[in-house]
Design a protein around this ligand. Structure first.
Ligand code: NAD
Length: 282
């Protein structure tokens, strides 16, 4: 019988704990989000992050800019937020418009306020096997979910599909740090199926439906990070949930799996950065 990895339930549990913790603080933690352009999905994500933060007593400020904003304007705002001691965490919502140098912008965030492990200093630490100021939200959320269900990665073959800096790469590295044997697949991978069939844990972060039930072992743990919209406008993952859920041991649904965990992870990181900054200021 398949176990559904319930991200909503775990998110609620994590947020409940955080709310209690934040209530005990002398001043509110604060998260600043920079949103450029009018990408509907980004606006929905940012609103949801703001609402969740405020529900916990975390102050959330969203700075919105039009599509044609100058790169310097964003860099100037980041500098201001870096210097503002009342701001503990900074997130630049991706994607950014083409004319903005994404790497330059995200690397301008002060590493101690870098809530999604974007900066070169924090990613450098992560890939050196050291602890960054905060772990990247989505991969960390996946690990929270696996931990909740007692799924240990030590010695397991973890196959990650996707090699973005946001999800695939850090996911692979964080699984490696848990002593997994890791294979990262991507759009140039040949015979994907022959690799996924050897996975103990299969994590897909692509954005199109590509995982079918003949691509894995029966006892596989399947984590679906992908988000796309079907022809009916409904949100779906990378995995054919209908058929795969009848076969495997564990599966995370979309929606209700990794998505809620990413938000929970962002809140965990905001509180973590807040506490570290308070400690440093004493
Ligand atoms: P991305 O577009 O940067 O990366 C997609 C990756 O998929 C690339 O590395 C590419 O090589 C790989 N890929 C594309 N086609 C492939 C194929 N046919 N076979 C194998 N690999 C293929 O996207 P991203 O930012 O890494 O996000 C991936 C997905 O995860 C998206 O759907 C995104 O919306 C979703 N996402 C979800 C959450 C969440 O909280 N659930 C968070 C972040 C991203």
């Amino acid at each position: 019988m398949v176990v559904i990895l319930d991200g909503k339930r775990l998110r609620n549990k994590i947020l409940e704990g955080l709310k209690f913790e934040v209530e005990c603080f002398d001043k509110k933690p604060s998260l600043a989000v920079i949103l450029v352009g009018n990408d509907t999905a980004s606006q929905i994500y940012v609103n949801s992050k703001k609402k969740t933060a405020e529900g916990l007593g975390i102050e959330s400020k969203v700075y919105t800019y039009p599509d044609d904003v100058l790169e310097d304007t964003i860099l100037e705002k980041i500098k201001e937020l870096n210097e503002d001691s009342t701001v503990n965490a900074i997130l630049v919502q991706l994607p950014l418009p083409e004319h903005i140098n994404k790497q330059k912008v995200i690397n301008a965030i002060a590493p101690e306020k870098d809530v999604d492990c974007f900066t070169l200093e924090n990613t450098g630490k992560l890939f050196a096997g050291l602890e960054p100021n905060a772990y990247p939200c989505t991969p960390q959320g996946v690990l929270f979910l696996l931990d909740e269900y007692g799924i240990n990665l030590d010695g397991k073959h973890v196959v990650v599909i996707g090699r973005s800096n946001l999800v695939g790469r850090p996911m692979g590295q964080m699984a490696l740090m848990r002593n997994a044997t890791v294979t990262i697949c991507h759009s140039h991978t040949k015979n994907l199926e022959s690799i996924t069939k050897t996975a103990d844990v299969l994590i897909s972060a692509v954005g199109e439906v590509l995982i079918e039930d003949d691509m894995m072992k029966d006892d596989c743990v399947v984590i679906d990070v992908g988000i796309s919209r079907g022809e009916n406008g409904k949100i779906r993952g990378d995995v054919n949930f209908e058929t795969v859920s009848k076969k495997v041991a564990y599966i995370s649904p979309v929606p209700g799996g990794v998505g809620p965990m990413t938000i929970a992870s962002l809140m965990v990181n905001t509180v973590k950065l807040y506490k570290e900054q308070i400690k440093r200021s004493l």
